[in-house]
Write a protein that binds this ligand. Structure first.
Ligand code: FDA
Length: 337
């Protein structure tokens, strides 16, 4: 246990690890509650628009560079070049979400088209991953679809794949409807399904008719028990189930997780079922378990790292802290640098 904690909490003083670690045996319920409260606070902060505005103004701070490649496309391309050299592919994300003006959504679209141009001209092995609330989903579905169409069409010219991300539950149905609409016209588009939602099993069945290329994740937003499994063990179980379903249906799966136990189960499953290595890939986030990503790439698996860039880093950063409250320690350290 101490070695595991030391690996998972590098730099966190010994006495503080237990405060964050879910692996400590005598796990006092007060500590569980403290972590749950911290998670809720961080997730609530991730949606705070004033904090987001300030964060944009003052640039990457508080150790956010651990999770974000930089504020320019040049830095992001450099980061992916380095990954490619190590046999790992990239997924570029121009940061931004919840755009509520038409002009802002058009600007995001322009930036994403520039990102596609940069992927193409630099020759990096990389695709694009997009949050469609940044393309105006909260303004109107029509505006969002028009912007997304421009992006997917531009990507198609370069033979670049575009992943539509899944955001909070309130956008889930609309996001899947838009994905299906796009999928009928384009083959370079994919979606994301979250294991924590009760509905996901049905969505996997439904998306089978689209031969969907899906990224499968556990889910990163704060959702109510009415729509999502509240217990981590249930999320993990459902996550494993939908991965197996999607792979067994013969569809391409991007298994996006840092959970070693899940990754081992997937490796075992594909071996047993003779699922070829080019029917799936493992995905991880920049700054998290890069050792594991490299190990998988060395073993011959397809591995892709999600590389976010841009000035709109705040919401993304807060969600990374919420997933792993031990990361708050890094923020505190960076505050005093
Ligand atoms: P879990 O949370 O059980 O963590 C397993 C282990 O991973 C931990 O024990 C720790 O070692 C490490 N770890 C996990 N998170 C960490 C962190 N923040 N810092 C340090 N260590 C950490 N979600 C969503 O709702 N919509 C989406 O579109 C996406 N897209 C997406 C793309 C990619 C490439 C990835 C990897 C993830 C997403 N996610 C997402 C996020 C996802 O839903 C989930 O919140 C995180 O991946 C954390 O869950 P794990 O599967 O890693 O397992």
């Amino acid at each position: 246990m101490p070695e595991r904690e030391a690996r998972e909490y590098p730099g966190v003083p010994l006495g503080c690890r237990g405060l964050f670690s879910p692996h400590v045996e005598e796990y006092a319920s007060r500590r569980v509650q403290a972590v749950a409260v911290m998670r809720s606070v961080l997730l609530a902060l991730s949606r705070n628009r004033t904090a987001n505005r300030l964060a944009k103004k003052y640039g990457l701070r508080f150790g956010a560079t651990r999770f974000v490649a930089g504020d320019t496309i040049e830095k992001a391309v450099e980061c992916i070049r380095d990954l490619n050299r190590r046999g790992i592919m990239g997924a570029l994300n121009y940061l931004g979400e919840f755009e509520n003006t038409e002009q802002g959504a058009a600007e995001k679209t322009r930036k994403l088209i520039e990102t596609l141009d940069a992927i193409h001209s630099s020759g990096i092995d990389c695709n694009l991953t997009v949050k469609i609330t940044s393309l105006g989903l909260d303004i109107s579905k029509e505006i969002c679809v028009a912007n997304l169409t421009k992006i997917v069409e531009h990507a198609k010219k370069y033979n670049i794949f575009v992943r539509i991300e899944m955001e909070d539950y309130s956008h889930c149905q609309q996001t899947l409807d838009i994905y299906k609409e796009m999928r009928q016209k384009y083959d370079n588009v994919g979606a994301v399904i979250q294991g924590y939602l009760y509905r996901s099993e049905k969505d996997i069945e439904d998306l089978n008719q689209y031969k969907a290329n899906l990224r499968l994740v556990k889910g990163a937003y704060k959702e109510s028990a009415e729509v999502a499994f509240p217990k981590k063990a249930d999320v993990d179980r459902n996550y494993e189930k939908i991965i197996k379903m999607h792979l067994s249906n013969g569809n391409y799966a991007a298994i996006a997780s840092h959970d070693e136990a899940i990754i081992e189960k997937v490796k075992q499953f594909v071996k047993e079922k003779n699922i070829p290595k080019d029917q799936f890939e493992f995905q991880m986030l920049l700054g998290i378990r890069s050792d594991l990503a490299q190990k998988l790439a060395n073993e011959g698996y397809r591995v892709r790292i999600y590389v976010p860039y841009g000035t709109d880093w705040y919401g993304y950063f807060m969600r990374r802290l919420a997933e792993r409250p031990a990361n708050v320690w890094f923020v505190l350290k960076n505050l005093f640098r």
